[in-house]
Design a binder for this molecule. Structure first.
Ligand code: NAP
Ligand code: MN
Length: 267
């Protein structure tokens, strides 16, 4: 079985131990272990928590091959197996007893005087102020002006990211089989001075969200945060948030069920 596998582990003692253990087992099962990441690897193994998973996704620019997560971290929502299940994993993988869960991503295009920069998030992208002042953003959906948002910012979550920051903000948990984007306000103001939606809104995959800073308000720069990574912009002309074609392929085994996982992690 000459499949090429690359293993990425975080620095925790448990992860290092698991990595060493897994390397020995894969080697004696006849797999080829790659010393560094290559886009033609057959499988990427990520050892750590969700944070490590997001790190691997961004470090290697959304790897195209299947990824299996081994949870040595805290929550481990993306992670499929525990370090105690290495033999089962190798057996099931060798036998082809797995399925691929395709996770959709969200992209944000930021237009400035210098041009357009783009970022992709697996969990979410966030548009917020750089200071503690509120932001005022004119929001359009599918090209039509909808609202002038006032508050801390806006979070646009993928279904996979709906259980992360989105959930802490009161957003809904979304089954990843649905192709939608969830726009969740962060501390929206709703007074006689300012009016904004106070609940999340859901968009179909073919509608995009347009954002321009409100010309009437004195606005400092904005930060765009994608999966915890920040990009600061001094002057933005326009932002567009939309569904991205980039997919993340997660390896799941027979007993994987999204809602069982939600229950085990949240209730
Ligand atoms: P972190 O601050 O260590 O992560 C916060 C928690 O979110 C960790 O417990 C992490 O799991 C968990 N998490 C990440 N993705 C998840 C998902 N898709 N579903 C459920 N839980 C998830 O930072 P990080 O580990 O680098 O993760 C970055 C993410 O943190 C961001 O994408 C954002 O969604 C989230 N975040 C949440 C809040 C909040 O809830 N108030 C604030 C900022 C950022 P592990 O313990 O397994 O790493
Ligand atoms: Mn973390």
């Amino acid at each position: 079985m000459n499949r090429k596998i690359f293993i990425y582990a975080n620095d925790s003692e448990m992860s290092r131990k698991t990595e060493k253990n897994l390397k020995q087992k894969l080697d004696s099962s006849g797999f080829t272990l790659l010393p560094s990441y290559r886009a033609d690897a057959d499988l990427l193994v990520c050892i750590g928590g969700d944070g490590t998973f997001l790190e691997v996704i961004h470090r290697f620019d959304f790897p195209p091959m299947p990824i299996i997560g081994i949870n040595t971290g805290h929550l481990g929502f993306f992670q499929e197996i525990m370090p105690s299940m290495l033999d089962d994993f190798i057996f099931n993988y060798s036998q082809g007893r797995y399925s691929i869960q395709q996770l959709s991503t969200v992209k944000i295009a930021v237009k400035t005087k210098e041009g357009i920069s783009q970022h992709v998030g697996l969990n979410e992208v966030i548009i917020k102020g750089q200071s503690t002042c509120s932001v005022h953003l004119n929001i359009s959906i599918g090209g039509s002006f909808i609202e002038r948002f006032s508050g801390d910012g806006l979070l646009i979550a993928t279904p996979a990211g709906s259980t992360a920051y989105n959930y802490s903000l009161g957003g809904s948990i979304v089954d990843p089989r649905l192709n939608i984007l969830q726009v969740t306000p962060i501390a929206p103001m709703n007074t006689t001075a300012y009016r904004s939606f106070t609940s999340s809104i859901l968009l179909p995959s073919d509608l995009s969200l347009g954002v321009v800073t409100d010309a009437g308000s004195k606005q400092e720069g904005l930060s765009v945060v994608y999966d915890g990574y920040t990009a600061d912009y001094a002057e933005i002309e326009e932002i567009e948030v939309s569904f991205s074609d980039t997919l993340v392929n997660l390896m799941r085994f027979e007993n994987y069920d999204f809602w069982t996982k939600v229950k085990s992690k949240f209730l």
